[in-house]
Design a binder for this molecule. Structure first.
Ligand code: ATP
Length: 243
């Protein structure tokens, strides 16, 4: 669909089209459309812009990704449809591998996501391996790659579901997420929650990593120490109530 740039909801409709395209290409599941709808609703309530509380989370996330020993970026069908180029670039600049992890099990879709990421400049894309799994999770999402999430200390999981976030944490991983809903279990459980649209947050995260890579570890650890995820979620809720 061609949306004229003058349309008052141009950006929102452009992003919606990316998700529809993801479904048509077999990258995103049909269920991903409803997950996107929930995100859209919260974006609307947040005024569809990046707030100061999200910038604080992005700074903490950049610091944690730069100081991690084995960071991994987990990718699902929605993230691949919306920000494939950015995921590839982020993977190179941290550096950290991308690992595909989807709720609705399908080898075919995993491979389609992998190819889509590689076409969009990603280099290291891992797939889950049924010989390896994390504990405390029953769904298909328990399977992991032995060189990726299994050994990761920090897992960046944009657009996550609560069960997996909780399981990753119980497995000793630090979880960073992007979630427009400050009330979701993922937002509440993660160490760092970026309450912003993934489409706006990813370029800002990369810019911040580029700036912070000159900092020494003490400075980055200080940023992480001073970060308060609970306060960020409270500020996001206050913003929603005020609008
Ligand atoms: P939880 O299980 O964590 O309580 P949930 O059941 O809402 O959350 P899902 O439906 O699996 O989890 O995940 C979708 C989440 O992703 C939602 O919280 C939604 O707000 C968020 N989301 C969807 N699209 C975007 C987007 N473009 N940018 C940021 N967040 C998004």
């Amino acid at each position: 669909m061609t949306v004229p740039k003058s349309h008052p909801r141009y950006e929102s409709l452009r992003i919606r089209d990316l998700i529809v395209e993801g479904v048509e290409k077999g990258i995103t599941s049909l269920h991903g459309l409803t997950a996107h709808g929930r995100g859209e609703a919260f974006d609307y309530l947040l005024g569809e812009k990046t707030h100061d509380f999200a910038i604080k989370s992005i700074e903490a996330a950049a610091s944690m990704l730069l100081t991690a020993k084995h960071p991994v970026i987990s990718v699902n069908g929605n993230a691949a449809a919306l920000v494939s180029k950015e995921l590839g670039r982020l993977s190179k600049i941290i550096p950290a591998p991308l690992e595909i992890n989807i709720f609705h099990a399908s080898k075919k879709r995993e491979l389609k996501i992998k190819n889509h990421l590689i076409e969009n400049c990603a280099e290291r894309v891992l797939l889950p391996n049924k010989k390896y799994q994390i504990k405390f999770l029953d769904s298909n999402r328990k399977y992991v790659n032995p060189n990726g999430i299994l050994e990761a200390d920090v897992v960046f999981v944009p657009l996550e579901d609560g069960d997996r976030t909780e399981a990753l944490i119980k497995n000793g991983k630090k979880v960073i997420t992007i979630d427009l809903n400050p009330l979701s279990r993922t937002s509440q459980k993660a160490k760092i929650t970026i309450v912003d649209n993934i489409v706006r947050a990813m370029p800002l995260l990369m810019k911040t990593i580029k700036k912070f890579e000159k900092y020494d570890n003490n400075k980055l650890e200080e940023i992480i120490k001073n970060y308060n995820n609970k306060k960020v979620l409270e500020d996001a809720l206050k913003t929603i109530k005020k609008l």
